[in-house]
Design a protein around this ligand. Structure first.
Ligand code: HEM
Ligand SMILES: N[C@@H](CC(=O)c1ccccc1NC=O)C(=O)O
Length: 275
């Protein structure tokens, strides 16, 4: 029996396929190239690669969840969004491992990183876009790579998970302002009163709007975990490099603290005060 995997490679006999073939371990396990040869650089590389793999799955799940919400399959969406939260929890735990690296150890190989920075993580930007946070300067970073740029641009211009949730509110009969439903998706989502009023109604009539209520709480979970990830990143960076400027050219911890102020799903947090 022959079959084709996503890379288009034919593997002749399923019977002959090994664990390593199936998981493409030759690629994955030969991708840790320490530039300094320093012991802890292995930790640094592996943590980033693991995080990027989890981000890959996160994007996959959020996209499927968005489609499920659009077609009214709430249960299917909930399962995927719950999985996203569990993944976020995993990526957050990775900070504990990375924090075992001391400032002196990191500084032994930091110079080898040049201008490379997590700032350039396109998968992280895909997640931010999916959560409705659109910062135009981010796209410019990838202008030299047309294929990547096109993929990011598509995600940048597409409605996010929250836009799809708001559409679901409208489909359930809530009076959502037209300007929100027809909003320019290339702009970061901003709070709107009609959306807030709808969520308040959902939270006050949980039995009637169970699906929307559960959807709202899943979104709050995701935002909560996202903020915890950002916070742990900021604090880990502070304990490792203090207030040094970042390799990506930002102020470092100061910049990372500032992005913490952003709310992805503002009305869902406002609701807490208003109820
Ligand atoms: C020793 C460990 C780390 C240090 C010192 C560090 C430092 C920084 C700094 C200073 C920035 C700001 C941009 C710049 O000027 O470079 C940044 C951004 C970023 N880092 Fe890290 N980082 C570390 C580990 C990680 C890990 C493990 C990840 C996981 C993938 C990560 C992902 C990111 C992302 C996505 C950004 C962009 C954040 C944003 O723009 O909101 N970093 N990092
Ligand atoms: N911005 C970091 C460098 C850094 O963390 C980094 C460098 C290369 C690949 C991934 C990185 N991680 C996250 O920002 C620094 O300023 O030390």
């Amino acid at each position: 029996m022959t079959f084709k995997n996503e890379k288009g490679i034919h593997t002749d006999f399923k019977e002959r396929m090994t664990y390593g073939d199936y998981l493409d371990l030759d690629s994955i396990l030969n991708a840790q190239h320490r530039l300094s040869g320093h012991h802890d650089e292995m930790l640094f590389i592996v943590i980033h690669q693991v995080s990027e793999l989890w981000l890959k799955l996160t994007i996959h799940e959020i996209q499927a969840a968005s489609e499920a919400i659009q077609s009214g399959n709430f249960d299917s969406a909930f399962k995927k969004l719950a999985r996203v939260s569990k993944i976020q929890n995993q990526i957050i735990q990775a900070w504990d491992v990375l924090a075992t690296m001391t400032p002196a150890e990191y500084l032994e190989f930091r110079d080898y990183l040049g201008q490379a920075s997590g700032f350039q993580s396109y998968q992280y930007r895909m997640v931010e876009f999916a959560l409705g946070y659109k910062t135009p300067h981010v796209l410019k970073i990838y202008e030299k790579d047309p294929e990547l740029h096109a993929m990011l641009k598509e995600a940048y211009e597409a409605p996010g998970l929250y836009d799809v949730a708001i559409e679901a509110l409208a489909k359930s009969g809530f009076d959502i302002n037209q300007e929100v439903l027809e909003r320019d998706y290339t702009k970061t989502y901003e709070a709107n009163e009609s959306v807030e009023a709808a969520w308040i109604e959902v939270y006050q009539n949980v039995e009637k709007y169970w699906d929307l209520y559960e959807l709202a709480e899943k979104l709050v979970d995701i935002e909560d975990w996202m903020q915890q990830w950002r916070f742990r990143h900021m604090k880990t960076v502070e304990r490792i490099i203090g207030h040094k400027t970042g390799t990506g050219g930002s102020s470092g911890v100061g910049y990372l603290k500032k992005v913490l102020d952003h709310y992805f799903f503002p009305e869902l947090w406002n609701v807490r005060t208003k109820l």
